[in-house]
Design a binder for this molecule. Structure first.
Ligand code: FSX
Ligand code: SF4
Ligand code: F3S
Length: 393
């Protein structure tokens, strides 16, 4: 029996009515559940549990607070199209308080928050979007007359789980950019305890949805790293899974926006791409369900490290990245035809410690990192003419 039939059999009753509820076919829904399970790195068979949980589990109440931010996190949730993510979000969770999406305002909105907190005491999920200003006793952000510092503590006290969505809530993000005039701080700093963080400016909506669905399916949040980031999404450097990685390994770089290297899709390292020091899965899941390559590097702009504390909004956008490690790409074929020939191991010594880099690629890389584009082309032409005429020295 194939997987799809297995899921159909397991959840035939539970799936009843899914078309009406979500406005999508069962097949699309089940494919979506498989994608979520894969995104979470769950073992084979977990897609059935995910499908079943989404369909049958009681929707957790979610209180969503907004502080210092641009609402891009919520916007990105509403911009996915296949299937319409906001439908799933609103079906998977009971969004009882969200300042920008709820119809209520003023006292009604405050009452909705208090009612949801009382009715779901100890069971609701608190999602925080935006940084929290702590300078001058927290006076720089108030909602309904309450300071953000007070609101987040009040709402977190009886929450079953706290999720900081976006870089602002995760580590301060853009509002904390030096000299940080309002003392913009992360949720964990203000609460004085670790929380799950989904950094990114904005973060990928699937990482948020997968985290919530994990909670729904297994009754607990996913494994996180020391910064609170779900390991399924933030355990690999962008550079390890980038479609331009073969160009990096072969030493082919765009040197300026619009130059030949840029037009040919070469690596953006020399334009300041922070993929080598940013942990996120942008390159593998993309944004907005708009098809392949819909992520910053795929669109031709260097990654600015928006998800990484100490990189995004901190390092100059076009400053070259610090290389944390170099390992062979997982998914993309390596380009071998222009790797260095006849170079000695000694000349590769400078980067010999870079795990997994083939010696030939490493030689090209070391040389090309220091060359201008024109000089690179000249080097290649020289190498090619040498290989055609072995008499040349
Ligand atoms: Fe904006 Fe969210 Fe950036 Fe911050 O995303 S997209 S400024 S991470 O909190 O709204
Ligand atoms: Fe991709 Fe950037 Fe790494 Fe180049 S430096 S391979 S563009 S992540
Ligand atoms: Fe941000 Fe870089 Fe991903 S800029 S969206 S972490 S590719």
């Amino acid at each position: 029996m194939n997987r799809m039939n297995e899921i159909f059999d397991l959840g035939r009753d539970a799936l009843h009515g899914i078309e009406q509820r979500l406005g999508m076919s069962r097949r699309d829904y089940l494919q979506f559940c498989s994608t979520l399970a894969v995104t979470m790195g769950l073992p084979k068979g977990a897609d059935a549990a995910v499908a079943n949980a989404i369909e049958t589990a009681k929707r957790p109440s979610v209180i969503w607070l907004h502080f210092q931010e641009c609402t891009g996190c919520s916007e990105s949730l509403l911009r996915a199209e296949h299937p319409t993510l906001e439908k799933l979000i609103l079906d998977v969770i009971s969004l009882d308080y969200h300042e920008t999406l709820m119809a209520a305002s003023g006292h009604q909105a405050e009452a909705a928050r208090k009612d949801a907190m009382a009715a779901n005491k100890g069971k609701y999920v608190l999602v925080v979007e935006g940084a929290i200003p702590v300078k001058d006793n927290g006076i720089y952000c108030k909602i309904g007359g309450h300071k953000a510092t007070d609101l987040v503590k009040e709402c977190a006290a009886d929450a079953a789980a706290v999720i900081a969505i976006g870089s602002c809530a995760s580590w301060g993000g853009m509002p904390s950019t030096g000299p940080n005039p309002t003392g913009a701080s992360s949720v964990a700093e203000v609460l004085g305890k670790p929380v799950v963080t989904i950094p990114g400016c904005p973060p990928n909506p699937y990482n948020f949805l997968a985290t919530v669905v994990h909670f729904l399916t297994f009754g607990k949040l996913p494994d996180v790293d020391k910064l609170g980031r779900p390991k399924f999404a933030y355990s690999r450097l962008i550079h390890e899974n980038c479609e331009r990685r073969a160009h990096f390994d072969a030493g082919r770089f765009a040197m300026e926006f619009g130059d030949e290297g840029h037009r040919k899709g070469y690596c953006l390292y020399k334009l300041g791409c922070k993929g080598p020091e940013t942990y996120a899965n942008c390159s593998t899941i993309g944004f907005g369900d708009a098809g392949e390559n819909n992520w910053p590097v795929g669109c031709g702009h260097p990654c600015i490290g928006c998800s990484e504390k100490g990189v995004g909004f901190t390092k100059p956008i076009h400053q070259v990245a610090q290389m944390l490690n170099v390992t062979p790409p997982l998914q993309y074929a390596r380009i071998v035809e222009q790797q260095g020939k006849g170079a000695s191991f000694a000349s590769a010594a400078a980067i010999a410690a870079l795990a997994g880099a083939a010696a030939g690629a490493a030689v090209m890389l070391t040389r090309n990192l220091g060359l201008s584009h024109a000089a690179e082309e000249a080097e290649r032409a020289k190498a090619e003419s040498k290989s055609k005429d072995p008499a040349q020295v």
